[in-house]
Design a protein around this ligand. Structure first.
Ligand code: DGY
Length: 323
């Protein structure tokens, strides 16, 4: 029997690629070259399954192509805001994602950014490397305590709760949360977390605000100039969710005018293009979308895609169907 044809848009961990080669007539992207719209469209026309990832734009223009052979977009990643869901639905395409397996690695990066921002880690690293450090003194590079501070989580799904546990049990932090969608609320007793009725209530109380909502039309610029005004001047903003959730220009203004103390970002509007105004600020820590970037996590994400493909080709229920 002929093997199904599967198209992988970017390089995946080697063990997962080996399994793909075994099971499918697969086209890999061994050079990890970003592909063009025309290449995505050709894949949709010539393969049974296409497996895009977070950095591939599958807009309506890409998806509205004639003579499609593809029936499933088995996404490598939990976020799927790079796929135009309405257009995919109209084209009768199934979308699957990879939830659950990147919870802890992403929560770890959120904690890393929180600690870096609070304790001026990136700034200190730059000072040492530039050979400008003059030595220890009692008032040099003073920063904010993390232990015992209040962490405000916007969104309260798996990753937010994993971060809350690390923060509460590891750093004795007080946890408050606001869930814009009111869904995915797996409230747990061990956190003694307090639910805020409004985003403003959370922003005014939190020493650290960490974003964990999906990127979509409703959450675009949820953190805008108005929201930033509600934060305390000593507070820090952490974003490991999606870049679009924060209005970058408003954040630059808030950091430049010291309206808030600092920020830690792993995701950006229009990434990987970062405005110079962000790059030159000292009170911000910047990471290149590393949330899920451990070998174990990326392998587990690939395994999730394999499970979804296997179910799809076997005609059994899909473990992680989004639409
Ligand atoms: C995802 O899976 O959506 C993450 O952003 C990748 O780290």
């Amino acid at each position: 029997m002929k093997k199904p044809k599967v198209f992988i848009t970017r390089k995946w961990p080697a063990t997962v690629e080996a399994k793909l080669i075994e099971r499918y007539d697969v086209t890999l992207n061994l050079d990890d070259r970003p592909l063009s719209t025309a290449e995505f469209q050709s894949a949709l026309q010539n393969y049974d399954a296409v497996c895009p990832t977070v950095c591939d734009t599958f807009s309506a223009d890409v998806l509205n192509i004639a003579n499609k052979r593809c029936k499933i977009l088995a996404n490598f990643g939990v976020g799927f805001n790079h796929i135009d869901v309405k257009a995919a639905q109209a084209q009768h395409l199934i979308i699957t994602n990879t939830p659950g397996v990147l919870t802890h690695s992403t929560a770890d990066i959120a904690m890393t950014l929180l600690l870096m921002s609070a304790r001026r880690g990136a700034e200190g690293d730059r000072l040492v490397r530039s050979k400008q450090w003059q030595g220890w003194c009692p008032t040099h590079m003073l920063s904010s305590n993390v232990t015992g501070a209040t962490l405000g989580l916007i969104g309260f799904g798996r990753i937010a709760q994993a971060m809350a546990r690390k923060a509460h049990h590891g750093f004795d932090m007080n946890i408050i949360y606001f869930n814009p969608s009111q869904t995915n609320e797996y409230v747990v007793d061990d956190l003694q977390a307090t639910r805020c009725d409004s985003i403003e209530a959370l922003l005014t109380q939190a020493d650290f605000v960490s974003l964990h909502c999906p990127g979509n039309a409703e959450t675009k610029h949820l953190i805008n100039a108005d929201a930033l005004q509600h934060m305390q001047p000593t507070a820090h903003l952490i974003n490991t969710a999606r870049g679009d959730v924060v209005d970058t220009q408003a954040l630059i203004h808030a950091l430049t005018t010291k309206q808030i103390a600092g920020a830690g970002l792993d995701v950006y509007e229009g990434e990987p293009n970062i405005p110079d105004a962000l790059l030159t600020l000292d009170n911000i820590s910047l990471l290149p979308h590393l949330g899920s970037a451990t070998l174990a996590t990326r392998t587990a994400m690939g395994e999730k895609v394999l499970d979804n493909l296997a179910a799809f080709f076997a005609g059994t229920p899909l473990p992680d169907q989004v639409i």
